[in-house]
Design a protein around this ligand. Structure first.
Ligand code: DAH
Length: 342
């Protein structure tokens, strides 16, 4: 089956259409009811479970490839069509101009910030190029500690270590340096990790971090904040659960899951049948971090949380491929403002 997939892939890449009829023929041959990709999906059902995972992924990629090719061929024909392409049609009316729309990641970021603003969190931002202290050391990542391997880092220089920040947690440190206590801040931003680009990962993505430090901040405050955020963002019937986890800068640490917004918790292929979706990391600021940043841990306590914007945007809007956010195809982008999100 792998061989067949490879052959079809090569055939799709090599295909050249000279007319609308040939494009239609391409659709029928590959994607039609009896098309070769459709047939492969039928055969796929009888594969042993062990093979299904990798083959399924390859098959889906193949189908996406065929669809993309089809769209691209259609666009080319429409553009050049029966008429030669004109660079500028001066006779077209200038109004109404198409206003454009905000990028879905900006929309989702603004929505997250707005929810935290309502709870009294002010926005703060920090630099994308960081030093070791702000990205790691001041967050209690010891030198040579395996926790540093949790995040594959792009270094601009070694000793002194200058790097592209791997998370927005670096801004927590800058906030503790420069703001008087108490602190209640929410930090959006771009982060970078050395990861291969796929439907689920990218070397550039976005996070939002929140940090609250005051006297008597407790885990109950964190939980209440998470509950509020989850219901505001995913809808009023959303449930939240916390699982114990580890981050060098929080103790205790947790991963937060929300009940699956697509199936309502009964189990579907997005939540892999579990009914839960992992949304963010969080925890009580580790007393070591308070120490490292000159805050009296006997008097102050705090909580922190961080989430990926792409991830929550994908879960909220049922987007299956992260690459769509970066391709900037207008047909994708304009769907979000059309849905009434401003
Ligand atoms: N910085 C973590 C990451 O990128 C996410 C995170 C986890 C942020 C726990 C936090 C936190 O503030 O408390 O994986």
């Amino acid at each position: 089956m792998v061989e067949k997939i490879q052959q079809l892939h090569a055939a799709i890449v090599a295909f050249r259409a000279a007319s609308r009829e040939e494009i239609e023929q391409f659709r029928v041959n590959f994607l039609g009811k009896k098309g070769s990709i459709t047939t492969l999906f039928d055969d796929f059902k009888s594969l042993p479970a062990g093979e299904k995972r990798t083959i399924g992924q390859a098959l889906n990629d193949l189908k996406t490839k065929a669809k993309e090719k089809l769209d691209a061929m259609k666009t080319t024909v429409e553009d050049t069509g029966d008429h030669p392409r004109e660079s500028l049609d001066a006779s077209r009316p200038g109004f109404p101009a198409r206003p454009g729309s905000r990028h879905p990641l900006s929309l989702v970021r603004n929505e997250i910030l707005e929810i935290f603003n309502r709870m009294g969190f002010a926005v703060s931002e920090g630099p994308e190029i960081e030093d070791d202290w702000h990205n790691f050391s001041a967050l209690n990542f010891p030198e040579e500690h395996p926790a540093r391997d949790m995040q594959d880092t792009f270094f601009a220089s070694k000793s002194p270590d200058i790097l592209l920040r791997t998370h927005t947690s670096s801004v927590q440190v800058r906030d503790m340096e420069s703001h008087p206590l108490p602190l209640r801040l929410v930090t959006p931003g771009r982060v970078f990790r050395n990861e291969a680009i796929s439907a689920r990962a990218h070397c550039i993505f976005h996070q939002v971090e929140a940090l609250y430090i005051d006297k008597d901040v407790s885990f109950a405050d964190l939980k209440q904040t998470l509950d509020f955020f989850a219901r505001e963002f995913f809808g009023p019937s959303t449930r939240v659960r916390l699982r114990p986890s580890f981050f060098p800068f929080t103790e205790p640490s947790a991963e937060m899951d929300v009940s699956c917004s697509l199936c309502g918790g009964t189990g579907c292929n997005v939540c892999k049948g579990t009914g839960w979706l992992e949304i963010m990391g969080c925890g009580m600021v580790d007393p070591n971090v308070l120490d490292l940043n000159g805050i009296d841990k006997e008097v102050y306590s705090g909580f922190a949380l961080g989430m990926g914007i792409e991830r929550v945007a994908m879960l909220k809007h049922g987007i299956r491929d992260l690459r769509l956010f970066f391709e900037n195809d207008v047909r994708f982008l304009e769907q979000f403002t059309a849905a009434g999100i401003q």
